[in-house]
Design a binder for this molecule. Structure first.
Ligand code: HGY
Ligand code: MN
Ligand code: MN
Length: 417
């Protein structure tokens, strides 16, 4: 019988591994930039595979670049228990987003092996290939493929800003084979549990050690392009202009107003990227593309905001005689964590004497898509100041170790039945 007190997590070693992985970055510290299939991503992958091998896991990589470290259980490969997260990082990000779930999963295996635990169900630590949308515009392409949420054809067609396709990029990174072999068949996982930093202020504000996620918010994103005449900034008089940046600016402010007045505290709307063409100080913007990221735990509210934004975009374009193009990226439903998994995580927190509370995840994660093929759960550890996607993102090694110990015992329970 595994006793919680038996489980020892080497918090210092985990912190060193987080810090070592953070050196695999295409920008100087303290921030981390690790973009899919770039040299720093490949260096990070090699480092993670080394840790998996050292922990006695067998390595499996699929044609999309999802990396699995497997601890073979006596029941073989059916109905495995999955955990994991991602190691790619948006530009100038922190070092804990995603990595705590991958390196923490490996640390959980080490802690279980150290007390002689042997799983019945195999345990998979998954490093999903591309959770961030940075390079190909859509997040979670690895877990979308695995769960059948995106088809291999849809993923193969993704193109980055240099015109390189996902297929070309993965093959140059050494991932050959057919993407058709990636989707999992039903029943491959009995459960999927992800450990992740909260990326928000709730746990720190409430002085609680562990967040037990009940649901993951529904993300939607799309691009809006206004096209006008452009022209010379000095010679085209104001009544004669079709400046594409003006309606874009109005739409950005409108998005903020809609999100603030939606009636739901969980509604968020963000314009994170804007491209102005030709982008010269003395040239009237001819084409402007802005990106929208709209979320809420309530899908109907999110969809209402998205459709109101599209209606307003069309009215603004018509008012000024501009062309309008809208490119859908994704509009995913929220997912609930499975009550059995929530109960197990809470029971483990109790037995380990850790304070815990139920909460929603406003960030999306690979668990959002793994929930479509297996009962899902998430374990959160606090983020200092609620900061994430910033170089000053921070979670202490002790807080990480708390999450790892809970994950380890949850994996032990799920893989023993
Ligand atoms: O955007 C998100 O929620 C995640 O961090 N990629
Ligand atoms: Mn992120
Ligand atoms: Mn993440």
């Amino acid at each position: 019988m595994l006793l919680p007190s038996d489980l020892q997590v080497d918090a210092t070693r985990l912190q060193c591994e987080i810090d070592e992985l953070a050196t695999c970055s295409s920008t100087p510290g303290p921030g981390v930039t690790r973009i899919l299939f770039t040299p720093t991503d490949l260096a990070g992958r090699a480092y993670v595979k080394g840790l998996m091998t050292d922990a006695g896991l067998s390595i499996h990589e699929d044609p999309a670049g999802n990396i699995v470290g497997r601890w073979n259980g006596s029941l073989g490969e059916r109905e495995r228990v999955g955990t994991g997260s991602h190691c790619d990082a948006i530009p100038h990000a922190g070092r804990y987003d995603g990595t705590v779930g991958v390196l923490g999963g490996i640390a959980a295996v080490r802690a279980l092996r150290a007390v002689g635990f042997e799983p019945k169900r195999s345990i998979d630590i998954i490093m999903f290939t591309s959770e961030e949308p940075t390079r190909f515009g859509i997040g979670c392409s690895g877990s979308r493929l695995l769960s059948g949420t995106m088809t291999p054809q849809q993923v193969a067609r993704l193109v980055d800003e240099q015109g390189i396709s996902f297929d070309q990029a993965r093959q140059s990174a050494g991932y050959a084979g057919c993407l058709e072999d990636v989707p999992l068949s039903p029943g491959e996982y009995s459960h999927f549990v992800e450990l992740h930093v909260e990326q928000g202020p709730v746990l720190e504000r409430d002085a609680v050690q562990i967040g037990v996620v009940t649901a993951i918010a529904a993300p939607a994103s799309f691009l809006v392009t206004f096209k006008g005449k452009g022209g010379h900034a000095g010679t085209v008089l104001m009544p004669d202009r079709q400046d594409a940046l003006i309606p874009a600016a109005e739409l950005i402010c409108h998005a903020e107003m809609l999100a603030r007045s939606s009636g739901s505290d969980d509604t968020v709307a963000t314009v994170g990227k804007m491209e102005v063409h030709p982008g010269a100080i003395n040239s009237i913007p001819r084409n402007v593309t802005i990106s929208f990221d709209v979320r809420d735990t309530n899908r109907a509210i999110r969809d209402r905001i998205v459709s109101e934004l599209k209606v307003t975009a069309s009215a603004l374009a018509e008012e000024r005689g501009l062309e309008l193009h809208i490119e859908e990226i994704n509009a995913d439903p929220p997912e609930a964590a499975q009550s059995e998994v929530i109960t197990i995580i809470e029971a483990v927190c109790e037995s380990q004497g850790l304070t815990h509370q139920r909460m929603v995840s406003r960030a999306y994660h690979d668990a959002l898509f793994m929930a479509r093929i297996a009962p899902m759960g998430m374990i959160f550890v606090p983020s200092r100041g609620g900061i994430s996607h910033r170089p000053d993102e921070f979670t202490s090694s002790q807080e990480m170790a708390n999450g790892v110990r809970v994950l380890a015992e949850v994996l032990a329970k799920l893989s023993s039945s």
